[in-house]
Design a protein around this ligand. Structure first.
Ligand SMILES: *[C@@H]1O[C@H](CO)[C@@H](O)[C@H](O)[C@H]1NC(C)=O
Ligand SMILES: *[C@@H]1O[C@H](CO)[C@@H](O)[C@H](O)[C@H]1NC(C)=O
Ligand SMILES: *[C@@H]1O[C@H](CO)[C@@H](O)[C@H](O)[C@H]1NC(C)=O
Ligand SMILES: *[C@@H]1O[C@H](CO)[C@@H](O)[C@H](O)[C@H]1NC(C)=O
Ligand SMILES: *[C@@H]1O[C@H](CO)[C@@H](O)[C@H](O)[C@H]1NC(C)=O
Ligand SMILES: *[C@@H]1O[C@H](CO)[C@@H](O)[C@H](O)[C@H]1NC(C)=O
Ligand SMILES: *[C@@H]1O[C@H](CO)[C@@H](O)[C@H](O)[C@H]1NC(C)=O
Ligand SMILES: *[C@@H]1O[C@H](CO)[C@@H](O)[C@H](O)[C@H]1NC(C)=O
Length: 606
């Protein structure tokens, strides 16, 4: 339907006849109002540094021309929307451009658009879909595989996760999904196999051709064995007793004990007792476990609440029957690895000291955290609330922690952690934290407990990836006293009683950078840093004052001659991040960009 807009313009026509008069001229402008509505809707959702509001006025198309920035027209129809590098922010409307029927090119390249990718089902004429260099998250809509004329799809450098749908349009000649968090096998369609590895690179868990890392064969039944990852050269050392080495880093991981088969979390026992009191005990091992008489069994209030529908469900009873292993005892509670009878492995964290928390507060926070999905953040899959017990259930990451790979088994026989690996770990970490900050803008300090022992490392072929865990607990801690359990309580602004902000996490990130660069344990008094009270960032500042020198570097990366430029750059970022004044620290998104640049340059020089 074409709308006719009648612009009534006074035309001054001086007629040659003796009677001069004013004649009203009528200029006709045609356009499609539903296309205009769609564009205006887009403008309302996204805001930009360049002022679209004052530019997108009047009709979008005048036959083949448009007076609107970024819009191109053909036969009165909008055919191109190209809004590149104009600092577009915000997210796209859920239903999107449904009436711009003839759209063939849609580009938001190089902006900061966040949220899910739009549903483009109606846009059958689309040839170019260019969403690269943004902050899109979620998965690639499976509907994209049905765009019949799609030629170019650029999705690189976003935060996309999930699997790649089986694109197989023969029209597709250019495709790039690199630098995201996609996972799983690359579909074996003739079209997707046409592209090279560089279209798929830098997705932590993507596998299969044309990439070099092979997909794991179907998941083996989990065997009850020590974590498969070990940087230790002697695998015999499986009873890892961890030395509690330092003042504030170790708290959570301090107590990874030997395997304790059939150790069952008290709450599960209680639950079991209650539910099965009248039954004949079926399982000897639970019989043998004594439940402290004083432990009040929580009421059986509900089943576990699941946050991700893709994960097979289980209930408390299943958890109860699981074999459990203590992974760590920390300030916030004890963490267990649980192997369910069906072979599923999860991590359960039993929170302590949170009795004052109301059910509503807890559930709201868990639901909020459960929505956050990112390849560099450990996923919360489920939780349990009762008055006395609060349990958070996480995905299991077959892991080690950054703390362990950096500091454990130092000495003879250790396999050094090389510079490229350190950079890869740091890059993942920066990316995950930047995403967390973006996802929880209303939180004072989104992570609040960032330290090397809360960075889980998993190995995929020979590449290392990291995931952050233990985030998002600050809003659950009622008072300052409880906040002292978190890493942020070691920060200058905490001591000074100042307001805490996102920049508290940035500081903690800076400390981890220093830890990775120097190989030293933050806060630990060791040779050479006594005079600074064990404050690592002060120590590094002191060294930097005399000019940067490789002396500050961990011996394991000092020897390699290459990459000193990058090491210096990373040290500079660390120094900025650990500035005493929170406002002077950079934003996490900027830190992430800079770290990525450094990592990329390092790879090019390789
Ligand atoms: C698109 O067109 C349909 C009818 O053709 C209409 O119902 C709908 O409201 C339009 N959408 C917008 C955003 O104008
Ligand atoms: C909008 O911006 C474009 C260039 O960016 C310009 O050519 C056009 O005249 C502007 N339109 C209006 C209505 O200001
Ligand atoms: C507008 O462009 C189309 C092709 O895109 C062409 O067929 C048509 O003649 C053009 N119309 C005018 C008035 O230039
Ligand atoms: C991205 O956009 C910014 C402006 O927002 C510009 O300075 C930069 O050069 C652009 N980068 C690329 C790769 O196009
Ligand atoms: C996209 O929109 C189409 C048409 O409205 C609908 O059928 C389809 O289910 C939508 N896809 C998603 C993933 O919402
Ligand atoms: C991919 O598909 C082709 C034929 O469609 C087949 O020959 C090839 O073995 C498949 N590759 C894998 C890894 O499944
Ligand atoms: C993809 O398309 C090609 C030809 O267009 C076809 O031969 C093939 O069977 C399709 N499917 C897969 C999985 O490759
Ligand atoms: C894909 O994008 C990445 C990142 O921008 C780039 O390095 C790579 O060369 C691109 N690959 C292809 C095939 O376009």
């Amino acid at each position: 339907m074409v709308n006719l807009v009648l612009n009534i313009i006074p035309c001054l026509l001086i007629l040659l006849s003796p009677i001069s008069s004013i004649v009203l001229c009528i200029e006709i402008e045609e356009y499609y109002p539903e296309e205009r509505n769609d564009l205006l809707q887009l403008m309302d959702y996204a805001s930009s540094a360049s002022d679209l509001h004052s530019n997108w006025t009047g009709p979008p198309c005048v036959n083949n021309r448009s007076r609107w920035g970024g819009i191109a027209c053909s036969n009165w129809h909008v055919v191109h929307i190209v809004l590149e590098g104009i600092q577009l922010t915000g997210s796209l409307p859920p239903t999107f451009l449904t009436n711009i029927t003839f759209l063939s090119k849609l580009s938001f390249r190089n902006n900061s658009v966040s949220g899910l990718l739009p549903n483009l089902t109606h846009l059958v004429h689309l040839e170019y879909v260019l969403f690269s260099y943004n902050r899109f998250s979620g998965s690639i809509p499976v509907d994209f595989i049905e765009l019949p004329n799609l030629k170019v799809l650029e999705l690189q450098e976003n935060y996309l996760d999930g699997q790649i749908p089986p694109f197989n349009q023969s029209s597709l000649t250019s495709f790039n999904v690199s630098y995201n968090n996609l996972r799983g096998p690359i579909p074996n369609t003739s079209v997707l196999q046409r592209f090279t590895g560089s279209s798929y690179d830098h997705n932590s868990e993507l596998c299969g051709k044309p990439l070099e890392n092979l997909c794991p064969s179907p998941p083996p039944a989990p065997v009850f064995a020590p974590p498969p990852f070990a940087i230790a050269p002697n695998p015999a050392a499986d009873n890892k007793h961890k030395k509690s080495l330092q003042l504030w880093i170790t708290a959570l991981i301090a107590a990874a004990a030997a395997l304790v088969p059939f150790l069952v979390i008290v709450v599960f026992l209680c639950y079991y007792k209650k539910v099965h009191e009248k039954e004949t005990p079926r399982r000897e091992q639970t019989e043998k476990m004594s439940v402290p008489e004083s432990t009040e069994c929580p009421e059986k209030t509900s089943q576990l609440e699941f946050l991700n529908n893709e994960i097979p469900k289980f209930d408390l009873d299943d958890l109860l029957r699981a074999s459990a292993e203590v992974l760590g005892k920390g300030n916030l509670g004890t963490t267990y690895k649980a192997v369910l009878e069906n072979g599923q492995v999860v991590v359960a964290k039993r929170l302590k000291n949170m009795n004052e928390l109301t059910k509503k507060e807890f559930i709201q926070q868990m639901q909020l955290l459960g929505k956050i999905r990112h390849g560099n953040l450990v996923e919360i899959i489920s939780f349990y609330y009762s008055k006395e017990q609060k349990i958070v259930i996480y995905e299991f990451v077959p892991n080690s922690t950054l703390f362990e790979v950096l500091h454990e088994n130092r000495g003879v026989g250790r396999i050094p952690l090389d510079w490229a690996t350190r950079l890869a770990i740091i890059k993942d970490l920066a990316k995950g934290l930047a995403f967390l900050h973006q996802s929880l803008p209303s939180h004072k300090v989104p992570h609040a407990n960032l330290k090397s022992s809360n960075v889980l490392i998993h190995q995929n072929d020979r590449t290392f990836h990291s995931k952050l865990t233990d985030f998002g607990f600050l809003p659950l801690l009622p008072t300052r006293k409880f906040s002292e359990k978190l890493v942020i309580s070691k920060l200058p602004e905490f001591f000074q009683g100042k307001k805490l902000t996102h920049k508290a996490d940035v500081y903690c990130f800076g400390v981890i950078l220093l830890e990775v660069l120097t190989g030293r344990i933050p806060g630990e008094i060791s040779e050479g840093i006594e005079e600074t009270n064990g404050d690592l960032s002060n120590w590094v500042r002191m060294v930097m004052n005399d000019g940067w020198s490789i002396d500050i570097l961990d011996l394991e990366i000092q020897a390699a001659k290459e990459g000193h430029d990058q090491k210096l750059k990373l040290t500079e970022i660390a120094i900025e991040c650990t500035d005493m004044i929170p406002e002077k620290r950079p934003e996490m998104s900027e830190v992430w960009r800079r770290v990525e640049e450094i990592e990329q340059r390092n790879r090019e020089n390789d």
